[in-house]
Design a protein around this ligand. Structure first.
Ligand code: UD1
Length: 355
């Protein structure tokens, strides 16, 4: 059996790692296509290296652009790749422009498409990710859902028959990396002179937080006024937007830092007093590591983290301050994101349904 996985952005490389391992373990011919949506080494190459994925078999080199230009360039390039490889399945991941481009290209070529991380919804139609995931779910032949909540969303949209609950592959990789990094202190501690539990870890990159200068300035000030150092792992998007609008990303408690490789990120989150983010992946990683999280958004797809008390939504400066200083949540042994074996299940489901 042959599977072509199409990835392009940082969180997809993390999800790809356990799938690649499980596919290779099952003797499947697994072809990795990198669209080139993310191209900075710290957003791309380090994930392939650190997570043992090797090198992508095909690199489309699409790069940055407006949604239409970027997605269109991927579409134009993918037809030839799928034609050459004739896979049994095209596997697409998450909710980026690379996801929707690959799903659309494959479905038009009558190649079965499976969507990993299907069924997540924010119900916020302003988000590019929401467009991407809704369109991908409705185009795909097989919907691999990470949670029961995602299964229920798909059922409500009439997609129950195509849906299989497999668990969350990010749990697979997170547990493995957590065990590898163990209790070793984060690289940030020595570099920035921080103490364990003496800082917060932050990431802000989503369009809704970065593209409006007043909103970005408000978030930066809120973080700068927190009671401990806040290490902002700054995605190129937030660096570019802050520079364009004269917003300081290092001020008060706030320290801008380059993005970290995945094992370093996990170790930095583990040593922190809390996480402040708008990333979907990091909200969940914080929960799985049992580190309190504050999410700078009006809603989240990962509602279980909020319901269990480990994540609080904060949508303005006052809410951020209040959420970060809240008391520690009650411990829980709930496991809404699966048992760390989702990727093996994905490979089994794809093998059982090959055409
Ligand atoms: C993309 C995804 C988002 C995901 C995020 C993970 C879409 C619509 N968005 O957002 O869902 O959470 O990846 O990081 O697909 N840039 C660089 N170097 C790079 C990549 C980007 O400098 O390697 C800069 C460019 O200025 C680019 C901007 O970041 O225009 C935005 O990049 P893009 O890939 O369009 O979206 P992300 O914000 O990364």
């Amino acid at each position: 059996m042959k599977i072509v996985s199409v990835v392009g952005a940082r969180p997809q490389f993390v999800k790809l790692a356990p799938i690649h391992k499980a596919a290779v373990g099952a003797g499947i011919d697994h072809v990795i296509v990198h669209t080139g949506q993310h191209y900075d080494p710290m957003l791309s190459d380090v994930f392939f290296e650190d997570l043992g994925i090797g090198t992508p078999h095909v690199h489309l080199g699409v790069g940055s652009g407006s949604h239409g230009v970027q997605t269109g360039a991927m579409l134009a390039a993918l037809d030839g790749v799928f034609d050459e490889h004739q896979p049994d399945w095209v596997l697409v991941y998450g909710d980026t422009n690379s996801t929707v481009a690959a799903a659309l290209s494959a479905v038009k070529m009558h190649i079965p498409v499976a969507h990993l991380e299907a069924g997540l919804r924010s119900f916020n139609r302003r988000m590019p990710e929401e467009h991407n995931r809704v369109m991908t779910d409705h185009a795909a032949d097989l919907l691999l859902a990470p949670t029961q909540v995602a299964v229920d969303h798909l059922a409500a949209e009439g997609l129950a028959e195509r849906t299989v609950l497999v668990g969350d592959v990010m749990t697979d990789v997170l547990f493995e990396v957590r065990d590898q990094v163990g209790s070793a202190p984060s690289v940030l501690l020595e570099e920035l002179g921080l103490s364990r539990g003496g800082y917060y870890l932050a990431t802000i990159h989503r369009a809704e937080n970065t593209d409006d200068p007043a909103r970005l300035a408000d978030i930066a000030v809120a973080l700068a006024e927190l009671d401990r150092p806040v290490v902002l792992l700054a995605h190129p998007r937030v660096v570019a937007k802050a520079a364009a609008h004269g917003i300081q990303l290092s001020q008060g408690s706030l320290i801008a830092h380059a993005p970290l490789a995945y094992p370093d990120l996990i170790s930095a989150a583990l040593s922190s007093a809390g996480v402040v983010t708008d990333s979907g992946g990091l909200q969940k990683e914080a929960f799985l590591l049992r580190v309190p999280c504050t999410t700078v958004r009006t809603e989240t797809e990962w509602v279980e983290t909020v319901e269990l008390g480990w994540n609080v939504l904060a949508n303005n400066a006052a809410e951020i301050t209040a959420a970060v200083s809240r008391p520690a949540p009650a411990q829980t042994d709930a496991a809404p994101y699966g048992d760390g074996h989702a990727a093996e299940r994905v490979v089994q489901v794809l093998s059982a349904r090959q055409r």
